[in-house]
Design a protein around this ligand. Structure first.
Ligand SMILES: [Cu+2]
Length: 140
């Protein structure tokens, strides 16, 4: 590596460090990352995946807008995806649901309304049927 290459490498490393320090900093007031805080969820929602079925604690899970809730998903066979969608089909969030793991995500719904659940990981021939419309009701 010659001198110019070393200088370029140093510049790239410096840009990387400055960008990450600024964007991950807790002192940036508009920063909404939760890297530095560990909110206590008001509710844990257990979701079970098995044989192309998504099992929820109740037909409609009710959560409050503005409160942190934890989704705890387990799979009894293959890898699935837990995807939460708005009625217009846009995604709120998704996570992979790996068998043999406690798959957890903490989320705060900002807007009241009903949300759908869909498997977001291709899991086999019945994967497209893994859809529960209106599974989550977010109340004000
Ligand atoms: Cu699937």
């Amino acid at each position: 590596m010659d001198r110019e290459e070393r200088i370029w490498l140093g510049v790239l490393v410096a840009i990387f460090l400055v960008f990450n320090i600024i964007t991950l900093s807790p002192i940036v007031p508009w920063q909404k990352w939760l890297v530095w805080s560990h909110p206590t969820p008001s509710q844990t929602i257990n979701v079970e995946f098995e044989d192309y079925q998504i099992k929820l604690p109740s037909d409609v899970v009710e959560v409050k807008a503005g409160e942190f809730v934890e989704f705890h998903a387990v799979s009894k066979d293959v890898t699935y995806g837990l995807g939460i969608f708005r009625p217009d089909g846009t995604m709120v969030f998704q996570m992979q649901v790996l068998p043999g793991h406690d798959n957890k995500i903490t989320w705060k719904f900002d807007a009241p309304g009903t949300y759908d659940i869909r498997s977001t990981e291709y899991s086999g021939p019945k994967h497209p049927e893994m859809f529960i419309p209106g599974a989550i009701k977010v109340v004000p």
